[in-house]
Design a protein around this ligand. Structure first.
Ligand code: DGL
Length: 262
């Protein structure tokens, strides 16, 4: 087995990307991870293409200082707008969450839905990636901006959240039985989403991305040696509720937090 003890560099617009770190740590517990959350500038989901691309490049440049073997853009919005630019600029491979999510969606039966931020949906990135794999597939997208706030508030399984989910999901045609959770925050809302649209198959883009990362490490990049990997969390701003909200996404307590400047 190939080994490489360098860390995985994970980037997100804020702390929602800790859902992706959770999936990575479950699947690849030995890997060291350096996580960068741009908490000073979140949300990205309401910003324009040029700004999101520039922020993504800045984040990638900062993570290079930690000598990563692979960069993972955990943020769907940054993957939709910044992946090609960061791939062109980075000396190490870069993966986003959209291609793995689209790969899983392309194999689903029938029409599929995609939910995400306004910027992710407007980019058409999921649709393009699904159609590249499954030409002619019916893809229906819905922007669900309020869900990020509800997830951060901790209203995960709550009648108000169920109602908001129902209203957003109502734009997806009846025949859509598979929906991609195209935003870092949505996996923690699964209970409310399920009540709003029972019987739907939800594709967690973070979970499928963790599997893609596992395959890349196994095929060529190499795994870290033994033991539980270390998680280092870098943030561009440390506001008051980070420990509580971040812990909810990571599903473990947030230990060391370091504040960095981009
Ligand atoms: N991380 C973003 C995403 O996955 C959601 C939060 C934001 O708008 O920055 O699209």
């Amino acid at each position: 087995m190939i080994t490489d003890n360098r860390p995985l560099g994970v980037f997100d617009s804020g702390i929602g990307g800790l859902t992706v770190v959770h999936a990575l740590r479950r699947l690849l517990p030995g890997e060291n991870i350096v996580y960068l959350g741009d908490t000073a500038r979140v949300p990205y989901g309401t910003k324009s293409h040029g700004t999101i691309e520039r922020y993504t490049l800045q984040a990638g440049a900062l993570l290079q200082r930690y000598d990563p073997k692979l960069l993972i853009i955990a943020c769907n919005t940054a993957s939709a707008h910044g992946l090609p630019a960061l791939q062109a600029a980075s000396p190490v491979p870069v993966v986003g969450v959209i291609e793995p999510g689209a790969e899983a969606a392309s194999k689903a039966d029938g029409a599929v839905g995609v939910i995400g931020t306004i910027a992710t949906v407007q980019s058409g990135a999921y649709e393009a990636a699904i159609l590249a794999r499954a030409p002619g597939k019916a893809v229906h997208s819905a922007a669900c901006p309020l869900l990020v706030g509800l997830a951060e508030e901790g209203w995960l399984d709550d009648p108000i959240t169920v109602e908001v989910c129902r209203r957003y999901l109502a734009v997806l045609p009846e025949e859509v039985r598979t929906v991609v959770l195209g935003c870092t925050h949505y996996p923690v809302l699964k209970a409310s989403l399920e009540q709003a649209r029972p019987g739907t198959r939800w594709i967690d883009s973070g979970e499928v991305t963790a599997r893609t990362v596992g395959s890349l490490l196994g095929a060529s990049l190499g795994f870290h040696g033994e033991g539980r990997g270390r998680l280092r969390i870098l943030l561009t701003d440390a506001g008051s509720r980070l420990q509580e909200v971040g812990g909810r996404f990571l599903e473990e307590p947030l230990e060391s937090l370091e504040v960095v400047d981009l």
